[in-house]
Design a protein around this ligand. Structure first.
Ligand code: ATP
Length: 224
């Protein structure tokens, strides 16, 4: 029986989804041999103002952004739950759905990786998935600047950037960095542009811009 191919998992607020997210997922799929990348927009905390627009809007924008890419698929469960989202329970759900053997590769930007110790039950992540961390070509994650507990995990689990075989060889537990085209774009910057009525063209997929325009998102403080 052939080994199941690694599945990429890409969570985020996606408020809104932008070209940095799309290139991260596309380049990860290509570089790491991921047959599929499952996008998992985060849910909406009930008692907090953030994110800026509802989970239903963010989910729909991701759906529009990834449409037509045969490698990409959408996981609406966190967004539809109406709750704050935590990655460990999501990975446990996916393990129950997809089995124990399939390699899971959780995709992260370097900034998110450095913040990992603030995540709920973060040390349980390594039993559930590999981590693949996007970095600028030529610039590894600054290991010395990571929080101490994460430094220790990093030292124990990190494999060389090009050792994608290590991801296929086990279902979880490795950390690998991968280069991506540097794109200094963020959702924060885009919300700022949109709030000022400025152009976000070519930084957001056109169907996402059309959706934002149609629903008057990010234009004012209506919070919808
Ligand atoms: P915000 O500005 O609201 O914090 P964001 O642009 O960082 O949002 P998120 O939805 O928080 O977007 O990010 C989801 C994931 O995508 C995170 O792992 C983050 O590190 C990564 N990411 C976001 N933008 C980029 C980018 N331009 N290049 C590489 N990774 C990115």
């Amino acid at each position: 029986m052939s080994e199941p191919s690694p599945l990429g998992l890409f969570g985020g607020t996606f408020d809104p989804v932008h070209v940095g997210h799309l290139r991260l997922a596309e380049e990860a799929a290509e570089a790491l041999g991921l047959q599929r990348v499952r996008w998992i927009p985060a849910g909406q905390p009930r008692h907090r103002q953030n994110p800026c627009v509802t989970a239903a809007h963010r989910l729909r924008m991701v759906e529009l952004a990834i449409a037509g890419n045969p490698r990409f698929e959408l996981d609406p469960a966190e967004a539809e739950s109406g709750e704050a989202s935590y990655t460990v329970p999501t990975l446990q759900r996916l393990r129950a759905e997809l089995g124990e053997r399939r390699p899971f590769v959780l995709l992260l930007g370097a900034d998110a990786y450095a913040g990992l110790p603030s995540w709920h039950r973060w040390q349980e992540l390594f039993a559930l998935a590999h981590l693949a961390v996007a970095h600028r070509p030529g610039f590894a994650v600054d290991v010395a600047a990571l929080p101490g507990a994460l430094q220790a995990e990093h030292a124990a689990r990190c494999v060389p950037d090009n050792d994608i075989g290590a991801l296929a060889a086990a279902p979880a537990g490795r950390i690998l960095n991968f280069p991506m085209t540097p794109l200094a774009v963020s959702a924060t910057q885009l919300r700022g542009l949109l709030a000022q009525g400025r152009s976000a063209r070519y930084l957001l997929p056109q169907p996402v811009i059309d959706y934002i325009d149609l629903h008057h998102l990010y234009r004012s403080n209506n919070g919808s």
